[in-house]
Design a protein around this ligand. Structure first.
Ligand SMILES: C[S@@+](CC[C@H](N)C(=O)[O-])C[C@H]1O[C@@H](n2cnc3c(N)ncnc32)[C@H](O)[C@@H]1O
Length: 187
């Protein structure tokens, strides 16, 4: 699964972060790439508090379906209440490496800032392929924060954040290089 658990305080922090302007912008960018259509079947892997699932569900509408899984029950509780007004959203606890869905069930499968936490990455990618319909869309967004260059005038605060990140980053599985065989570059 993953050595990092998004429960209690961590799940709570995630919810606050999701409200930030930058995060809202990123959701918009993902929707632009995904182009979810009315009536489509969509799966979100590692849905957290359901902020992406909510926006995707508004696009596919009641003739479509959004399934969202996360292995943290805390996150799923939040996702359920966040998407409660859309009965075509189904949120459940589950593991990305053993997706509880039929073959070729989805037009789109996506995971935002989640695949870098999955220990069994190969199994998870095989599962994504299995549940995707032929010609389906897969969107995986995993920022490689090791490449971030940052300087702030508030040096002390910046250092505290960098130190905290070092602890967090030990739980992150290094993202495979594009040519490692996991992914191929496309235009
Ligand atoms: C950084 S959060 C991102 C949440 C959400 N995608 C977002 O961007 O708001 C990573 C999420 O992935 C979930 N997760 C990590 N490993 C998982 C696995 N093997 N199967 C399912 N969910 C997993 C965590 O519980 C957590 O909610």
């Amino acid at each position: 699964m993953s050595s990092l658990k998004f429960v209690d305080d961590m799940a709570c922090i995630q919810r606050s972060v999701a409200q930030c302007h930058d995060q809202a912008g990123r959701r918009g960018m993902v929707l632009d790439v995904m182009q979810p259509q009315t009536g489509e079947m969509v799966l979100e892997v590692g849905c957290g508090g359901g902020f992406y699932a909510y926006e995707v569900a508004r696009c596919v509408g009641p003739t479509g379906r959004v399934c969202a899984i996360d292995y943290s029950a805390n996150q799923i509780d939040t996702a359920k209440s966040h998407c409660a007004d859309m009965e075509w959203v189904n949120c459940r606890v589950g593991n990305a490496s053993e997706l509880p869905y039929e073959n070729s069930a989805f037009n789109t499968v996506y995971g935002i800032q989640v695949f870098e936490y999955i220990d069994q990455l190969d199994a998870a990618l095989h599962e994504v392929q299995r549940v995707l319909r032929p010609g389906g869309r897969c969107i995986i967004l995993s920022t490689d924060w090791r490449t971030a260059v940052w300087h702030s005038n508030q040096v002390e605060r910046m250092q505290r954040i960098l130190t905290a990140w070092e602890t967090h980053s030990t739980a992150v599985v290094p993202i495979p290089k594009p040519r490692s065989g996991h992914f191929k570059l496309c235009s």
